[in-house]
Design a protein around this ligand. Structure first.
Ligand SMILES: Nc1ncnc2c1ncn2[C@@H]1O[C@H](COP(=O)(O)OP(=O)(O)O)[C@@H](O)[C@H]1O
Ligand SMILES: [Mg+2]
Length: 489
């Protein structure tokens, strides 16, 4: 089963990647934890070293103190011997008193040293040596007192000097050497404590330096990391801005293309309507007119001889008239002849008059007195907007009054149409499946204008159109040339 073996022993790449991801994401937290642990450890080491240094200083001071007291004891013993010698030479009581005073001082010093040696801070050999030297000192004082008493011309009061005794001269030398030994021991102890405290000071200094270095490294890493993050954020922001600009450019480009397409489609539609209107006018108009003339001629001939046929011909004439009127209406809708022949102002007035008459509206017109000269496409766009607005007012507004205002100034033309009906609702403005408002908006935008429709105050609907008086739209494809305006039959 080699494959199974391989599979089970192969490292899991997913888990490894997850682990390395986890490490990367938490590297900063891990570094901080390690730094905190190291810092706390360093502080503990520093505090321990400080306590040890303090204890070592105490020990050194104490050892120095003991050494000084041992020296004092040795010098007091030397003074005791000197006072004893003076008395033996001069027999003056003052030297005997001085002897006793020195003996009392020696006992005091002994007591202080005894306190130290029995406190447990000295080792057992030192304690044994000290106990031995104490006994020898007592014997030394007693022997001195005995010698004074023996040489004195009259009995002395030497009770304060302790009991008299004898001492071997070798013991005197032993006292000196033991005191010297004990003092050397204390000197060594002091030296040793001072050396240990110096070592601890070095450790503290090293520890403090290492902690400072660690903190400096951490600060450097922190600032580097911050710098990297700020750089990364700035890069991401720059990328976002670039993407946003590219998207904006794309949207602008698409909008421009759609506007150009809208303009082109409208121009094509208007041209086709114009062509169809001309065909209807020239061809169908000619046929209908010729038929009407023929039927009228036949009717005149048969009026007296065949009244039945004449009646039928009269009905045919009436039907032909209806056909001609229908053709004229269709042509008018497709290519308003009044617009082509008399201009925008007259066309708007005619449109408003007809609509007002049809719907029993009162109308209010604010139109320029003289006809104005605008770009043909702009005129058609404004006329179609007015046409659709009045159609909507008739269909939905239940209005009793409409007003139309047209104004031209500073290279732009403004059209305002208002009714006093029920008013357009916000929901109507959001509808996407109706094409009247959308068509008006697109038609105006395609010519570089602005279209605004809103509910009036307190009711009714208001429409505002502002367009450049010469169309700014440029078709993206070649369009057929404009055809001459048809004339009405
Ligand atoms: N003058 C107006 N008064 C009231 N409502 C209107 C008016 N003009 C448009 N509307 C509302 O706006 C809707 C959209 O109008 P439009 O896009 O022209 O669509 P439609 O094809 O129905 O005419 C209409 O269905 C109507 O409800
Ligand atoms: Mg409509």
């Amino acid at each position: 089963m080699p494959n199974v073996q391989n599979l089970s022993s192969a490292p899991n790449p997913g888990a490894a990647a997850r682990l390395s991801n986890w490490m990367r994401n938490r590297s900063w937290a891990i570094a901080m934890t390690v730094a905190i642990v190291i810092t706390v450890g360093g502080l503990v080491i520093l505090e321990t070293a400080r306590e040890r240094i303090a204890a070592e200083y105490e020990t050194a001071l104490e050892a120095r103190g003991v050494a000084v007291q041992l020296s004092t004891l040795a010098s007091q013993l030397a003074r005791l011997s000197a006072e004893q010698s003076h008395f033996l030479l001069t027999k003056e009581d003052a030297f005997a008193d001085a002897f006793c005073a020195t003996a009392a001082q020696i006992r005091q010093t002994k007591q202080q040293l005894d306190g130290f040696y029995r406190s447990g801070r000295a080792d057992s050999a030192e304690l044994a040596s000290f106990t031995q030297v104490l006994a020898l000192i007592d014997a030394r004082i007693g022997a001195g007192a005995a010698a004074l008493q023996h040489a004195a011309p009259h009995p002395l009061d030497l009770g304060a000097c302790g009991s008299t005794s004898r001492i071997d001269p070798a013991d005197a030398a032993l006292i000196d050497s033991t005191l010297t030994l004990l003092r050397d021991n204390e000197e060594r102890r002091a030296q040793h404590a001072l050396a240990a405290s110096r070592a601890d000071q070095r450790i503290s200094t090293l520890c403090a330096a290492a902690l400072s270095a660690l903190n400096i490294v951490l600060f450097i890493l922190l600032f580097r990391n911050l710098g990297i993050q700020i750089d990364r954020q700035a890069r991401v922001q720059r990328q976002l801005i670039t993407q946003q600009e590219e998207l904006d450019q794309l949207v602008n480009e698409r909008t421009r293309q759609l506007e150009a397409l809208g303009w082109h489609l409208q121009a094509v539609s208007e041209n086709e309507k114009t062509q169809l209107a001309r065909e209807l006018h020239d061809e169908l108009g000619a046929i209908l007119t010729a038929s009407k003339m023929d039927v009228a001629w036949a009717n005149r001939k048969l009026k007296d001889s065949a009244p039945d046929i004449s009646d039928k011909l009269k009905r045919a004439l009436a039907n032909l008239d209806q056909g001609i009127a229908l053709k004229r209406r269709i042509i008018e809708d497709m290519r308003p002849t009044v617009l082509a022949n008399f201009g925008l102002v007259t066309a708007l007035r005619t449109l408003a008059d007809e609509a007002a008459q049809r719907n029993s509206w009162t109308r209010e017109l604010h139109l320029p007195a003289d006809d104005i000269q605008l770009d043909e496409q702009t005129e058609i766009a404004l006329f179609r907007v007015a046409q659709e607005s009045l159609t909507n007012a008739a269909k939905y507004a239940r209005a009793s009054k409409v007003s139309i205002a047209l104004q031209v100034d500073d290279g732009q033309v403004t059209l305002h149409i208002a009714d006093n009906g029920v008013g357009i609702t916000p929901a109507d403005l959001k509808r996407t499946h109706t094409h009247g408002l959308l068509g008006m908006r697109q038609r105006v935008a395609a010519h570089g204008g602005c279209f605004d429709i809103r509910r009036g105050v307190p009711n009714g609907t208001e429409i505002d159109v502002v367009m450049p008086s010469a169309s700014t739209a440029t078709p993206s494809v070649d369009l057929p040339p404009a055809t001459p305006s048809p004339t009405s039959v």
